[in-house]
Design a binder for this molecule. Structure first.
Ligand code: SAH
Length: 258
């Protein structure tokens, strides 16, 4: 295992090609290692040692690459840059959520036809503590807020929104993670009501679980590609590229500040 020295790399993860592609120009690749059929690309991002990897979709893929980044590369921090579905009706496509809290919404116990969420690894039984979630450390949050202070994302044109042009905003909030693409209005509503979450995706809280195990910090940045309702599969296709570019723009700022 590589030691976690001051020059230890940043581990930077995305799930899909549309997300990782935006780091191409900012990343100077020095070496590629294939582990478990995945390409771990070592190099420099904004002058800092970094290892980039496209994990594939879902919690298990995210956990595999997070573990490899910690064990094989001695990553000092795990970053995830990507897109998500919006849950909070106050947010629109293109808005970015930096996760203050990450929750695996699909781990728990089925009780009365509803999933009662527990912390991954906890015994999901009545009487056992059911508090859950991974939380951003206050000092790290302050660092991220300073790094993003004054940054503005490219505006979305009227053609892109299908309505009024809008300027995407940056929020710090709750992101929930599960192994299903949410393309369902009832599920979107339930997740919003149950967790007061801003966004839903399929990897972030799995990265956080591994980061906690290995005692490294973790930062998840998600731009909304869709609003997780009945149209989300259509919106995803239309907006994934621009949304992922916004998330990557912010993540490059964050990486330079860590
Ligand atoms: N049909 C898409 C599916 C990608 S899955 C394709 O052809 O590529 C969506 C990816 O983006 C996941 O990695 C997930 O983290 C994120 N995501 C975006 N919108 C989401 C939503 N509505 N529900 C869950 N994950 C979403």
């Amino acid at each position: 295992m590589a030691s976690r020295r001051g020059d230890a790399p940043i581990g930077l993860i995305s799930a899909i090609p549309q997300e990782i592609s935006h780091f191409g120009e900012a990343f100077q690749e020095a070496d590629v290692a294939e582990i478990g059929g995945l390409a771990f690309r070592s190099g420099a991002l904004g002058g800092r040692a970094a290892v980039l990897v496209e994990a594939g979709i879902g919690k298990v893929n995210a956990a595999i690459v997070s573990t490899v980044l910690c064990r094989e590369f001695g990553a000092r921090v795990l970053l995830f840059s990507g897109v998500a579905g919006g849950l909070d009706p106050a947010l629109g496509i293109g808005d970015v959520v930096v996760a203050r809290t990450l929750i695996q919404h699909d781990y728990g116990a089925m009780v009365g036809e509803r999933l009662r969420t527990y912390q991954p690894g906890a015994v999901p039984l009545p009487g056992v503590d059911d508090s859950h979630g991974y939380h951003l450390d206050a000092a790290l949050e302050q660092k991220l807020r300073s790094a993003l202070d004054g940054v503005s994302l490219p505006g979305l044109s009227a053609a892109a929104t299908g309505g009024a042009p809008r300027q995407p905003a940056i929020h710090f909030g709750t992101v929930v993670t599960g192994d299903a693409f949410v393309n369902c209005e009832a599920t979107r509503l339930r997740l919003f009501e149950q967790f007061s979450a801003q966004a839903v995706e399929m990897e972030g809280a799995a990265v956080a679980q591994v980061a906690e195990r290995f005692a490294v910090p973790c930062v998840v940045v998600r731009a909304l590609s869709d609003l997780a309702g009945a149209e989300s599969h259509m919106d995803f296709g239309s907006f994934v590229h621009d949304a992922a570019a916004g998330a990557a723009q912010l993540m490059r700022r964050i990486a330079a500040a860590l």
